[in-house]
Design a protein around this ligand. Sequence first.
Ligand code: BES
Ligand code: MN
Ligand code: ZN
Length: 496
Amino acid sequence: MNEDFTKVNCDCILSYIFSDKLKPTGTLKILDQYLENIVSQLIGEGEIKGKLGETTIIHTYGKIGAKKVIIVGMGEKEKCNLETIRLAAGYGIRTAQKINARIIATEVPNSSDIAASLELVAQAITEGSLLANYKFTKLKTKKNSYSNYAIEKLLLIENEPAKIEKINSGIEIGCIYAWAVNMARDLVNSPANQLTPSAFADKAKEVAVQYGLDIDILSGEKIKEEKMELMYSVGQGSEHPPQLITLKYNSGKENANTIALVGKGLTFDSGGISLKPAERMHEMKNDMAGGAAVLGAMQVIAQLKPQVNVLGIIGAVENMPSGKATKPGDVYKGLAGKTVEIINTDAEGRLVLADAVAYACKLGASTVIDIATLTGACLIALGKNYSALIGNDEKLIKQVIQAGKNSGEKFWCLPNDEEFKELLKSDIADLKNTGGRYAGTITGGLFIGEFISPQVSWVHLDIAGTAWTEKDKSYLVKGATGFGVRTLANLVKTFE
Ligand code: BES
Ligand code: MN
Ligand code: ZN
């Protein structure tokens, strides 16, 4: 919005400061003048240090239109990138929420300070703010005290008219990304009695209709008939039939390549007959986070319309024990023609993905990215801030890591040596579905790779550690993170 920020009527205005440039400049300088040098004074007293995550609330007592000013630290200028902007915006919004602000204005930090375009800076502010403002309130019955979004209105203020167009376009793209991430978060936070495989398929249909994507759903027995026994076997103990959801974005460009995004959509993973311990089993409602990331990315792609064809494939299945469930030792054959001995029914994600990636290859994808909360071992190896990555194509691996950096989502590449595959040899079938305790994330990933057609570039992403967070932090809100939506959409854009 092109407006004098000292005149904007709002609950608070956010302004940013670097820790190694602790002098009010630009917007902050003007605010300081209007506020009788209180900002300079707080800097002098050491209250404002400019550290990333630090916020300082200043009451304005009617000296400007805003009731309060929140000064948000951005850390060192040298280290500042788009992720710093997202984080700073997120911290600012959190503080604004605490003081019950409903209408918030924010300055747009100077893009020349950050070595990024103005459009990207505006996009990052928008993403950080909308993601921080998310709350999963659907199931709370006291509606008045909870709303999905605490903040009603966010205004980006710029007084140079020449900059407005770029800022507006950044806002628009930022909204597209953030709404898609929050949609994915809603799905992952939803309990498994509500988000069943067929409810997941219904949601995918809704997204397809709203954003103009083609959709095709294979349900229940149909999956078995199409020779995807590995996927079918995972769901056969459940009352809820499995759903193989395929969303299609067609670029309309001649000879365009097809990229497939393939997500693990276990709406609940009890472990099956190899039942999980009770203590943390409830968390396994989030075992469809990979599928949600694919749906979110497809929602972005449908709006940004890149010049490449994209398939979004989600294997939505519930893993339950019952008289019909797979027993350890059972053998099934997948779409790619390989037989698998099921040693542990809790290693189910790779079975669903084995058929889903084979299906992607069958549909003509030349690049396949699969994304899954696949292994607990991933949390042991990399913790909660990095996702694991493994694949068969160095160039694609680099592309994914870069797309992740641009999105503020971190990936660490694991080795893919042939010798790991020995751990997956079965005595009676082509493969077994677990490789034992050692190198669990690698063998889980390489198992899926065994179902990729030759010549197809493939990368597997294990988001077991990053899909869910126990703490609020800047734009991450306790619960589902929506990890992967932005990286996948950004990645697809690099294929244009
Ligand atoms: N969905 C789990 C992996 C998981 C565990 C994700 C914890 C997030 C948090 C997966 O299906 C699973 O159970 N994996 C097993 C594999 C093992 C049996 C080879 C695991 O990691 O223990
Ligand atoms: Mn499992
Ligand atoms: Zn699982």
